[in-house]
Design a protein around this ligand. Structure first.
Ligand code: NDP
Length: 272
């Protein structure tokens, strides 16, 4: 019987994780199966328990269960504890280890795949939801010159500042505070692209040779990436690389092996 893994969420039909993990296990010759589990909004913990009892070895967790996954974990890694969001569960006897691989996925995509340095740069993270929280600590570990968190509801940016200021130079902001400031890396961690919207970014925020990164993937160029191109950002990326890199880190936690990510990113990225 192959080792059993799953991604759990609601909705889940759009998830590319089963495809990615099938590729990873084929590459590394692992005897494992990886499925997508759709569960009712009030059924997360029951579904996890049933999966564990059935012999499941681990899970990826996606919208809207990342906070709940944090609560049911019996042990958390530091990156999961600081973000209070879990996207990877590892089951080992009675222990449920909760980790968050979103941030390391983003940082690897930016620094290795896109070959763009984070250290010493002015970084703007847009959004204060689960995705934003998960990437702040890994970004700060690369010692940017300054990391500004901007959110539509400014209070949430302030709350994130309180949680992360001890890890680096962090500034909380509302969009109205941005005019007059330039950034080398602008990361869209809002869900605005999902509804084809552009957060209220002012002109002039992209420094020369800057990177615009949209965590959203799969729908071609987003309003944010179009705006960034018009505003002079020279490096543009969607979130496919992050998606594959976070999956690779989960795979490593479960199997102790690092799959090759480049061919999987190429496979998922539509021809431009
Ligand atoms: P959440 O629902 O937790 O957070 C949404 C955030 O977006 C909030 O900060 C919200 O602001 C902000 N927002 C929504 N609409 C707008 C708007 N029109 N203008 C400005 N801000 C807006 O979502 P997640 O954090 O879980 O996900 C965010 C995005 O990241 C999604 O597109 C998701 O697909 C992507 N993602 C990609 C991953 C990858 O591997 N590539 C991994 C994880 C996520 P407010 O607080 O004011 O409501």
């Amino acid at each position: 019987m192959p080792d059993l893994y799953a991604v759990i969420g609601n909705p889940i039909a759009h998830s590319k994780s089963p495809l990615i993990h099938a590729e990873f296990s084929r590459q590394t010759d692992q005897d494992m199966r990886y499925e997508a589990l759709l569960v009712p909004l009030d059924g997360f913990s029951v579904a996890v328990e049933a999966f564990r009892k059935f012999g499941g070895k681990g899970m990826n967790v996606t919208i809207p269960f990342k906070l709940e996954a944090c609560k049911i974990s019996t042990r958390l890694t530091e990156r999961a504890a600081t973000s209070q969001a879990v996207n990877t569960l590892v089951f080992d006897d009675d222990e449920i280890l909760g980790d968050n691989t979103d941030g390391i996925g983003l940082v690897r995509d930016i620094s290795s795949n896109l070959d763009f340095m984070i250290t010493g740069k002015r970084v703007l993270v847009m959004g204060a939801g689960g995705a934003a929280r998960g990437v702040l600590l890994p970004l700060l570990e690369h010692q940017p010159k300054v990391l500004t968190i901007v959110n539509r509801t400014k209070q949430k940016a302030l709350e994130l500042y309180q949680r992360f200021f001890e890890y680096g130079f962090v500034i909380p902001a509302g969009y109205e505070d941005l005019p007059g400031h330039e950034f080398d890396i602008v990361i869209n961690a809002t869900s605005a692209s999902l509804s084809n919207e552009l957060p209220s970014l002012p002109p002039g925020i992209f420094a020369a040779e800057s990177l615009a990164y949209d965590m959203m993937y799969g729908n071609g160029s987003t309003p944010f990436l179009k705006f960034a191109r018009q505003q002079g950002a020279t490096h543009l990326s969607d979130g496919i690389g992050m998606l594959v890199e976070q999956a690779a880190e989960s795979f490593f936690l479960w199997r102790g092996l690092r799959p090759e990510t480049e061919p999987v990113i190429a496979m998922l990225r539509p021809e431009t």
